[in-house]
Design a protein around this ligand. Structure first.
Ligand code: HEC
Ligand code: HEC
Length: 269
């Protein structure tokens, strides 16, 4: 007994107890923290769906139906996926305004946070293409030459060889791809908006989409060399015409003056 109580009061006992307590707290934290985080993710997700439903009821239900089942004014959104919403609302096509051959791009009405909530709600109605992550659509390190070949085979018949777009039948058109973000390029291929066919990952893998994005971004880039020499600000025929007018005509006048002066001199002598 005497020995035991002596050990109990050993000066290191307090330190040992403290270390054990710390280890226990750490262990408990490790055991419970991931569960807490998963729980938090689920809560955030259902909150986004709830907020999205509110936005949907106000802005979209009149055409797409209260549960997204569709009406005579808009198609069903069950199974179109978050990618379709991110594309349609993110490019300002939705909410649609007046009926026409094709719903055009407009200034975007919702913030990206609201678009994410709308997308979460529509995705909850039925599984569909999921909004891509930056890793999926980033053109960084993709094969531009391969992308050009894929573009000529799959997209050029409607969008033209460098993506400047073109007219289709019945007042429809394939828009110019200049200035379209890599994310929206990816989503357009995933979901095939309106008269565009879709290119799902099963027929056109992620890597091929990234190659195409890299090609489109390169041919539309300001750093792309222009065959004529100077890009002249990339402003097109007007600036080029002006350049020709001022410098071309200016040098012609200079030559004419020089010739006239020399003929005058020749006559005098
Ligand atoms: C004035 C009616 C109208 C309103 C309001 C409207 N839409 Fe649409 N929406 C349409 C029509 C019509 C189409 C089909 C366009 C087409 O394919 O020609 C469409 C298509 C879509 C598509 C593409 C579906 C697919 O099959 O890929 C999505 C996604 C979509 N709408 C989401 C929304 C969301 C989200 C809102 C609210 C922010 C909204 N729409 C508001 C009429 C409307
Ligand atoms: C059959 C013709 C056709 C083909 C083939 C086609 N597209 Fe399209 N594309 C369209 C039409 C039509 C639209 C306009 C749809 C809309 O406004 O909702 C469009 C829209 C787009 C948009 C949206 C542009 C914007 O301004 O927001 C992108 C991006 C796009 N296409 C990329 C591609 C790529 C990349 C390919 C090849 C993998 C391709 N398309 C193949 C007809 C086509």
């Amino acid at each position: 007994m005497k020995k035991l109580s002596a050990r109990r009061r050993h000066p290191l006992a307090a330190v040992v107890v403290l270390l054990l307590a710390l280890a226990a707290t750490g262990g408990l934290y490790a055991a419970f923290a991931p569960a807490d985080k998963a729980q938090a993710d689920v809560t955030a997700q259902s909150l986004a769906i709830k907020e999205g439903q509110k936005l949907y009821t106000v802005g979209c239900a009149s055409c797409h139906g209260t549960g997204g089942q569709g009406t005579s004014d808009g198609p069903s959104l069950v199974g179109v996926g978050s990618a379709a919403v991110d594309f349609q609302v993110g490019t300002g096509r939705m909410p649609a305004q007046q009926p026409g051959a094709q719903v055009p791009e407009k200034p975007v009405v919702y913030s990206q946070a609201e678009i994410d909530q709308l997308a979460a709600y529509v995705a909850s109605l039925g599984a569909g293409p999921i909004t891509p992550t930056e890793k999926q659509y980033s053109p960084e390190g993709a094969d531009i030459a391969k992308g050009g070949e894929l573009f000529r085979n799959n997209c050029a018949q409607c969008h033209n060889f460098t993506g400047e777009g073109g007219a289709l039948t019945e007042g429809k058109y394939a828009p110019s791809l200049e200035g379209v973000s890599p994310k929206h390029l990816y989503e357009a291929m995933q979901t095939g908006p309106q008269n565009m066919p879709s290119f799902p990952d099963t027929t056109m893998p992620e890597q091929e989409k990234r190659d195409i994005i890299a090609y489109v971004k390169t041919v539309n880039s300001e750093e792309t060399p222009t065959p004529g020499g100077f890009a002249l600000g990339g402003l097109g025929p007007v600036s080029e015409g002006l350049f020709g007018w001022i410098f071309g005509l200016g040098s012609l006048i200079a030559v004419a003056v020089w010739v006239a002066a020399h003929t005058a001199k020749a006559k005098k002598s």
